[in-house]
Design a protein around this ligand. Sequence first.
Ligand code: PMP
Length: 365
Amino acid sequence: MGERLYNFSAGPAALPVPVLEKARDEMLCLPGVGASLMEISHRSPAFDEIINAAEANLRKLLDISDDYAVLFLQGGSRLQFSMIPMNLMGAGNKKADYLVTGSWSKKAVAEAKKVGDVNIAYDSSDSNFDHVPDQSQLNLTDDAAYLYYCCNETIQGVQFSSEPTPPAGVPLVCDASSDFLHRKLDMDKYGMVYACAQKNAGPAGVTIVIMKKELAERSDKGLASYLNYNTHIDENSMGNTPPTFAIYINKLVTDWLLDEFGTLDKMFEQNQSKAAMLYEVIDSKSDFYTGHAKPGSRSVMNVAFRLPNDDLSAKFLAESKAAGLTDLKGHRSVGGIRASIYNAMPVAGVEKLRDFMIDFSDKNS
Ligand code: PMP
């Protein structure tokens, strides 16, 4: 078996080692079942127990009331870019507000425009998506079908530290793909929150949708049933065969959060201190490292920064890899380096990267 390195991939991303160990131990045979999870029916009592526990864990961690459905869907977050307007622009109101703060919200707008009228209530593309807006900067529509935003833009590493406030009666819809479960959310403020699992909640293959049940009442019955949220609400995410293995790992990840941290407030404390270690280096070595996000908009999950030139970036990547720190290449639209430090990244991994950054800048300045 190879040695595990500190993997800073933006997603699919590092999973907690205890989760992988438990999955390994149960790979051949789930206790009391006589087969692996991958080999049993999604209608079996054993899987029923797993999907119910995954949902119960999410409800506990995020304090989700019964007014909300918790769905385990396929198609990734990308499919949500389409399902959201297809369903929520039902019932006659075909205009929605979108905040464009990075690559992912921009892609969501492109899909929504195929369904209805999009009002761009804020757009930070002129500054290469280096910040998120204040509430006072939003150009909101009083009777929009919903207000959409992405709370953490994975590529640019910009994050809202609190949610925007929509006009009264307008539901807030949030793409939380890359910071889901990194802190507690005030769920009552949201109509819907969704996240693909492969960053902070499990492997690729399942997308978690938490939505106010009453929002699904808008969906047009003429929609393809698979694209209609009501199908998944009515069938408890079992309208067809769900991604059983990904749901099982999500259950193990949320077990780990509860066992290891107890609450998301505790998880958030650790996430903030991990991020602070890297931003402190960026700030103290500001003639060498340049953070992409403006200070008030910095993500605690994806830390994106540049070096003085491309040659030094390449050297940084090669030497960090040799030191056991992998997958640090920034997205091509931002360049430089991106360290994704989701819940599962150990504090020791971030400390090692911090020390490497200090050493690298000292040697190459
Ligand atoms: N939204 C955000 C914020 C993302 O980071 C990603 C994936 N990187 C997506 C949406 C798209 O997710 P998927 O690949 O599961 O469709």
